[in-house]
Design a protein around this ligand. Structure first.
Ligand SMILES: Nc1nc2c(c(=O)[nH]1)N[C@H]1C(S)=C(S)[C@@H](COP(=O)(O)OP(=O)(O)OC[C@H]3O[C@@H](n4cnc5c(=O)[nH]c(N)nc54)[C@H](O)[C@@H]3O)O[C@H]1N2
Ligand SMILES: Nc1nc2c(c(=O)[nH]1)N[C@H]1C(S)=C(S)[C@@H](COP(=O)(O)OP(=O)(O)OC[C@H]3O[C@@H](n4cnc5c(=O)[nH]c(N)nc54)[C@H](O)[C@@H]3O)O[C@H]1N2
Ligand SMILES: [Mo]
Length: 659
């Protein structure tokens, strides 16, 4: 049984659908799980070796420590404000724009290194440096080389806090491969002028500088490398652990939320007796190839022969890459069971669909990931039709299977909420917070942790103050610019120090002759992933009923495409239709479409059939970043585009027929 389906589900800590699925399957006897995630999978794989940490969302410099100290923020992949509107388990405060203003007013300069100008808010009057997609590592190496040859790197910091810099410096100088990674070399790959790279390196060295890299940059082939190189560049600047300096990951996601020590509220899922796992980006590969062995993070894993897929709270026909391959794999198991509130693509591809409630039809507790608030999510309406809570569905199944009371522990919704709340409250109290008892909380409707014990800790400040007393959890206790452990794995796609490796597909590769456009799939403005795509808000963002694809006017003109036309986007893996939107704010030869349009093929269930709506995963590839992280490479894909004058209708939102 594959139960490791990925998914955001909805806000609310009790009715968290994937938690109930795991709890249910664990009690039933276990399931094949997935490892890693789509958001920051490459960072999750590499960071334990580099800085000894896997808590990726916490690797941000809090805004409070930036304003007034930070002079320059260099953003690889920008920091689009719309992305900061969303947070796992619910966003409470929407203050990223305010923080950008504060920083700007306090004198921070912003540089947006991205194929898209819109990745930085105009309000901060920043500089846009456009580069070819997936070439960030080359740019960072060019910056590092400039620092090295001009003696602008902090040798004292590198000696005391890092290991392996000399090996890396040799690589910059071209000792092992005869290629000097200077600004001119980086310019050739990225198309950023060499003078701009050298000037930026000098600016970075003479300012208090934050090197901030968006998660998107690592959601690409060899995505481990930009993450490792971000840390290495910051280490060369020597400002890690100082206010306003160092590095930040995922700045473009939730801005930079202050880390609080409020404990996480989460349903206990028990223990999985089955230890078989699949890297998150290889689900399609696993379904297609039972028994295949793959290398993963220093070991070999063998794919199971999956007979049943149980998926709740995620949309497999949204999150997975290479959907035609997934579709072929998805047809192999005997049975697919899905719970869904809506008639989504994953529901359409199931044998059994159990209708689930939404957050409006049940009581729950919202506990935001940044832990600023706990909010009572009181039920607004009775469940519609036959919709039931995921918990109740599993409880009844557990009854028939003979383990109901182990599953429910004889608690209902209210009792579970109170239990979850009180457990977490006790931990919160130990950490110096004072949330009230459950009944008071439920009546008040909200508890704010903001005013209690605010933290203004400088990221990695402890390590910098005393690296012997506060060593990192790496093999050496230091920042590893060279990793002996990774060297031992001998992975061509993940060498033992940050390295430029050509992506399988990019504008500099041979495939660009047939497929001359690099497709980026960013997070949507009008929804969360694929959720509520059928709602008026999301529909209003469509063009000619299809998802909007942004193109440079020159690329469009060369293909006879006008604003508003329906276009066909394709490569050897698949094809989809989209609605053209022209903008000079996107680099030439790059096109961009938001993720999440509900996949609807002309011939449903037939691999290779044209998607009529605009799902970028029709053309993305199954290849993973490297055997180290095994993470998805959604941002590495070349396509061709043509105008379509007589497109087939788009039927993704048509409800099912009941007989
Ligand atoms: N090409 C490309 N692909 C990508 C990305 C990219 O950048 N490019 N980004 C990736 C990233 S970062 C992510 S996080 C993933 C997101 O991938 P997913 O998490 O799969 O996306 P969602 O659309 O949020 O899926 C949640 C599903 O759960 C359903 N749901 C909501 N609430 C409930 C509930 O209470 N019970 C049940 N049973 N179901 C519920 C919703 O209707 C929806 O179908 O996509 C990844 N895919
Ligand atoms: N409104 C909204 N916000 C969201 C979400 C949502 O669904 N809706 N999803 C949330 C989730 S689950 C996640 S994981 C985060 C993801 O946060 P991110 O991964 O940061 O977001 P993306 O929108 O995928 O990418 C940001 C930008 O990166 C740029 N980019 C892409 N490839 C490259 C590259 O190779 N080099 C450079 N320099 N830039 C590149 C693109 O121009 C893109 O606009 O967002 C979260 N925020
Ligand atoms: Mo994500």
């Amino acid at each position: 049984m594959f139960g490791g389906c990925y998914g955001w589900a909805s806000a609310g800590r009790f009715h968290h659908a994937p938690s109930h699925l795991k709890r249910f399957l664990n009690l039933f006897g276990g399931y094949v799980d997935r490892v890693g995630n789509h958001s920051f999978g490459a960072a999750l794989g590499i960071m334990p070796y580099v800085i000894g940490r896997a808590d990726i969302p916490a690797l941000v410099a809090p805004w409070e420590t930036l304003v007034g100290s930070c002079e320059l923020i260099v953003l690889f992949g920008g920091a689009h404000l719309k992305n900061a509107q969303v947070e796992m388990n619910g966003q409470v405060r929407h203050e990223a724009a305010t923080w950008f203003h504060k920083a700007h007013a306090a004198g921070t300069r912003f540089v947006n290194i991205s194929p898209s100008r819109s990745d930085l808010t105009e309000a901060v009057d920043g500089e846009w440096i456009s580069l070819r997609p997936n070439t960030d590592v080359a740019v960072m190496l060019g910056l590092a080389h400039t620092l090295l040859v001009e003696g602008l790197h902090d040798t004292a910091f590198l000696q005391r806090f890092c290991v392996g810099f000399e090996r890396f410096a040799d690589y910059l100088r071209g000792v092992p491969d005869g290629v000097i990674k200077d600004a001119a070399w980086a310019a050739e790959i990225s198309s950023i002028p060499a003078e701009r790279i050298t000037a930026l390196a000098r600016q970075m060295a003479s300012s208090r500088t934050l090197v901030a890299t968006a998660w998107s940059v690592q959601r690409a082939d060899h995505g481990e490398q930009p993450v490792w190189m971000t840390v290495t560049l910051a280490a060369m600047l020597g400002q890690i652990g100082l206010p306003g300096g160092g590095f930040s990951l995922g700045f473009g996601r939730a801005g930079s939320a202050p880390p609080r020590k409020v404990p996480r509220m989460a349903m206990p899922v028990g223990k999985n007796p089955v230890t078989t796992i699949v890297p998150v980006a290889s689900v399609g590969d696993m379904l297609l190839n039972p028994g295949k062995e793959v290398e993963f993070n220093g070991r070999r894993i063998r794919y199971p022969d999956v007979k049943l897929i149980y998926a709740v709270g995620g949309n497999a026909f949204h999150h997975n890459t290479d959907l035609n391959a997934l579709l072929r794999g998805w047809q192999r198991p005997d049975t697919v069971i899905v719970h869904e509130p809506f008639w989504t693509p994953v529901a359409r591809h199931a044998d059994i669909v159990l209708p689930a409630t939404t957050t409006l039809e049940r009581n729950d507790i919202l506990a935001a990931e940044s832990a600023s608030h706990w909010i009572a999510m009181q039920k607004a309406i009775e469940p519609v039709g036959q919709a039931r809570n995921d918990f109740d569905i599993f409880a009844d199944l557990a009854e028939r299977l003979g383990f109901k009371s182990a599953f429910t522990e004889d608690r209902d919704e209210r009792a579970w909420m109170a239990w979850l709340y009180e457990q977490t409250r006790a931990q919160a109290k130990e950490r110096g917070y004072a949330p009230p008892d459950f009944d008071t909380f439920w009546n008040d409707g909200v508890h704010a942790f903001i005013e209690e014990a605010p933290v203004h800790q400088v990221f990695m400040g402890d390590f910098r103050r005393d690296p012997d007393a506060n060593p990192l959890k790496t093999a050496s206790g230091r920042i590893e610019i060279f990793s002996e452990k990774i060297a031992g794995f001998n992975y061509a796609d993940c060498p033992p120090h940050p390295t430029w490796i050509e992506p399988t597909e990019w504008l500099g590769s041979a495939q660009a002759r047939d497929y001359p456009l690099h497709l980026l799939s960013n997070q949507p403005t009008a929804r969360l992933h694929s959720q509520l795509d059928m709602s008026p808000l999301s529909r209003a963002s469509k063009i000619a009923g299809r998802e909007a694809i942004t193109m440079h006017p020159k690329d469009a003109g060369a293909r006879g495409i006008r604003d508003g036309d329906v276009v066909r986007v394709s490569n050897a893996r698949g094809a989809f239709l989209a609605g053209a939107r022209l903008s000079p704010d996107l680099r030439e030869s790059v096109v961009q479409i938001a993720t999440g349009a509900w996949y609807q093929a002309v011939e449903p269930g037939v691999p290779g059939s044209l998607d009529t709506h605009g799902n970028p995963n029709m053309v993305t590839m199954s290849k993973v970043t490297s055997p180290l992280a095994g993470a998805p490479t959604a941002q590495t894909v070349l396509v061709q585009i043509e105008r379509v004058d007589d497109p087939p209708p788009m039927t993704a939102f048509d409800p099912p027929r009941f007989s």
